[in-house]
Structure formats: structure tokens, C-alpha cells
Design a protein around this ligand. Structure first.
Ligand code: FEO
Length: 409
């Protein structure tokens, strides 16, 4: 990949990681992801954010230094907006090439950087409103945006070009090719990155939606003309597009979202599975869209993205040894941890010699403070009868009507 000019004196350096990697060791990347750094050239040179230390990734960055005619020892400042190792792993190899630079970082970031790395270089703590003059009209202004995504995070703004270098904020999954900027992407590719933004948001940032709202308010107070995140495309034709999308995704944390129902189902011997079709049909009767995921066959990363943008959740799972079908319990627990809250929901399911799934479902929803509003469940012993299946379809219709009334426009 080649270094490219974002705006006068600001350059984008990027490396892709492939679909064989799990982000944070958890989240699948079917379309890869990019790690973006930015080099700002005034009289002094600064690099804002970096890349992970996975095989070949720092080397890709160093090759792009060469393309720009910049040597490691020319870099005066290393700005760490966020200490997570996907942006800082490269520092180990970089500091073996030169030690003649100063790190600019928040107080919390410094604490974390010391825990992750043995950084024996000068570090300067910066806070909101602080700035560094690079000379030749280039300046870096810092604004703390804690908890987007870790408590250390800040954004770096370059006023002469209006470039916001914002690390995880406004990022997306999805590897980039030679089209690195929104002005080089057609509507199909923009849609692709917006879908990748949803998965990234739900998997990585969603839990911190209140912090995202606060960060957006700070960003809107700046004269931002280019949004340059740590992952995904740079937005310079229409920077509001990604900021507005993030604002919308953050609003889903309250519960109401798209007029969509995510149907999660798992079945041991096909009895609970018999309720899935009438559930889907009942929801469709009211003209509401559904997406269905079988558990445990589906990955939590995809389920989380779908649940995040859904107003309704329908669960079909049996009782298993006095409790909930175990993989569904794990999914629900993760939805709770990631703050999928305020959803409208219904549950169907079979039991054999005893119930228990509903008790565990209630316990998880309460413990995780999920605040889901449930319709009456449809539970049956063994196989569902005709009346059970009719009732399931009716519950599907009831859920869909509530979703339609509650969903955001
Ligand atoms: Fe891209 Fe939270 O690191």
C-alpha cells in the first residue's frame, strides 16, 4: 500500500490485516481491517497513531516512511491518541530504530503505555486544549475523548486543514484497497463501509455510547473538514456522513433502533426449531423485517451487530438441564456486557422433565440491567402442538406491532 496525501502536509499511512485474524482475539474480520497512521509535516514531523505489531504490519508503515522520504530519526513527535496495542504495538520496533522523539499522550494513556511497554523516551502529558506547533503553519490541538474506546483516548486536530485524527472514533472494519477516501468510493463501497462501521461499533465501541455522544459534541465544536480515523476510510468529501452514522448508532444504546427483529434460535432435537417459522411469519405479517441466527452456529460478532440495530429480539431456545440452552445463555450474557439494552423481546421454547430456561433468562436480563421488555413466553413440554404454534405466530405479530410503534424513523 502507498502513502497518500490527505491534505496539504498530512499523509495517510495504512496497513491491512486479513480475514484470518480475530480483532481483539474475538471478533471475526471477514473483510479484513485497516490500521491507519497519519504523518503531519511542518518544520517538525509528527506521527499520529500507529499500527499493531503483527507480522509485516510495522514494516508496511516503515516502507511508507520511505515513500515520503521520512526517516525514523526525522520524526520529532509520536502522538498516542489511544494506547490499545492495535495502534501502539509498532512502538517496540520503532524505538529500537530511534529514541530521539517525544511521546504526546494523555495522563491515563501514559499510565497504560508504561504498563504495556518499557518506553524509555521522553513523554509529555497533554490535555484538552493543549497544542504543539510544528512550524510552517501546522499545529496539533488535543481534545480528550475518554472511553472512545478506552479511558485514555483523545483526538488530535490540525486546524489549518481541519483534519481530525480520531483513532477508534468514526472507525470501521473492512480492509482498504487503493480507494482510501470517501471521495474515491462509489455508493456501493460507501454502503459496505457503513455496514462494516455497524459491526465495528457494536463489537468494539457500543458499550461506550455515552462517551461517543460526548465526543461527538466536542468534535462538532471544531471546524472539522476531514475525519481521519484509525480504521477504515478517510472522510473528506462528506465528513458529516460518518459522524452522523456514529450519532445514530450511539442512539441505539437506548433500545429503539431500526424497525428490525433479530431472531436468535437454538434447538436440540428440532422441537424448539418448529417455532422459528411461525415466529418469522408472525413478524412478517406486520411488515417488519427479520434476520435469523442459529445458535451456536453463528458468531457473536454478527449477532451483536444485528441486535444493536434491532428494536426487537425474538429468542427460541429450550431448557437444558434445568437452565437455558447453554450457548444461548453465553450469547445473552455477551449482549448484556455489550449494553444491548431496552429491546422489545419474546421467547419460545421446549422443555422436557422440568423448565428452567425462563428463570435463567430472567436472571441474566436482570443481572446485566438490560431492561428488555418481554411479551409472555410460549413454553411447551416436548413437541409444540398446533395451538402452541398458533400462539407463537400471534406473539410474533404482537412483537412486530410494538417494534413498528417504537422503532426510530
Ligand atoms: Fe483500534 Fe481501541 O483500538
Amino acid at each position: 500500500m502507498k502513502a497518500s496525501e490527505v491534505a496539504e502536509g498530512i499523509f495517510r499511512l495504512s496497513a491491512n490485516i486479513g480475514s484470518d485474524m480475530l480483532f481483539e482475539g474475538i471478533w471475526p474480520l471477514p473483510h479484513g481491517a485497516s490500521m491507519n497512521s497519519y504523518l503531519v509535516k511542518g518544520r517538525d514531523v509528527a506521527i499520529i497513531d500507529g499500527v499493531c505489531d503483527w507480522d509485516g504490519v510495522p514494516e508496511t508503515l516503515y516502507a511508507q516512511f520511505d515513500q515520503l522520504g521520512v526517516k525514523a530519526e526525522n520524526i520529532r513527535y509520536v502522538v498516542i491518541n489511544h494506547t490499545e496495542p492495535d495502534h501502539t504495538g509498532w512502538l517496540r520496533s520503532f524505538s529500537s530504530m530511534t529514541r530521539d522523539f517525544e511521546v504526546l499522550i494523555t495522563a491515563k494513556g501514559l499510565e497504560l503505555a508504561k504498563a504495556f511497554y518499557d518506553l524509555d523516551v521522553p513523554c509529555r502529558v497533554v490535555k484538552s486544549g493543549d497544542s504543539v506547533d510544528l512550524g510552517n503553519g501546522k499545529k496539533l490541538v488535543f481534545e480528550e475523548t475518554p472511553n472512545v474506546h478506552w479511558p485514555d483516548t483523545m483526538v488530535t486536530f490540525e486546524p489549518s486543514t481541519g483534519t481530525l485524527m480520531c483513532c477508534d472514533a468514526f472507525g470501521t472494519f473492512g480492509a482498504v484497497d487503493q480507494a482510501l477516501y470517501d471521495d474515491q468510493l462509489d455508493e456501493t463501497r460507501l454502503d459496505f463501509f457503513e455496514r462494516e462501521a455497524l459491526r465495528y461499533y457494536a463489537n468494539i465501541v457500543g458499550r461506550f455510547s455515552m462517551a461517543v455522544d460526548k465526543a461527538i459534541a466536542k468534535v462538532r465544536a471544531l471546524d472539522v473538514r476531514i475525519v481521519a480515523p484509525g480504521h477504515g476510510p478517510v472522510w473528506r468529501r462528506d465528513p458529516d456522513r460518518i459522524v452522523n452514522l456514529y450519532e445514530r448508532l450511539a442512539s441505539y444504546a437506548k433500545g429503539p433502533a431500526r424497525p428490525l427483529v433479530t431472531v436468535l434460535w437454538g434447538s436440540m432435537y428440532g422441537n424448539t426449531q418448529k417455532t422459528v417459522t411461525p415466529l418469522l411469519e408472525g413478524i412478517a405479517d406486520e411488515g417488519v423485517e427479520t434476520v435469523a441466527y442459529q445458535v451456536p452456529q453463528s458468531h457473536i460478532g454478527d449477532i451483536l451487530a444485528s441486535a444493536w440495530e434491532s428494536t426487537g429480539i425474538a429468542l427460541a431456545m429450550p431448557t437444558y438441564e434445568f437452565q437455558m440452552f447453554p450457548p444461548m445463555a453465553a450469547i445473552l450474557d455477551e449482549l448484556g456486557r455489550k449494553h444491548v439494552k431496552g429491546k422489545l423481546a419474546v421467547r419460545t421454547g421446549s422443555f422436557g422433565w422440568s423448565g428452567g430456561a425462563q428463570r435463567e433468562l430472567d436472571e441474566i436480563v436482570q443481572r446485566q440491567k438490560m431492561n428488555w421488555r418481554f411479551l409472555d413466553p410460549v413454553e411447551f413440554r416436548g413437541a409444540p402442538g398446533t395451538d402452541d404454534l398458533k400462539l407463537v405466530r400471534q406473539r410474533g405479530r404482537e412483537l412486530a406491532r410494538q417494534v413498528r410503534e417504537t422503532a426510530l424513523a
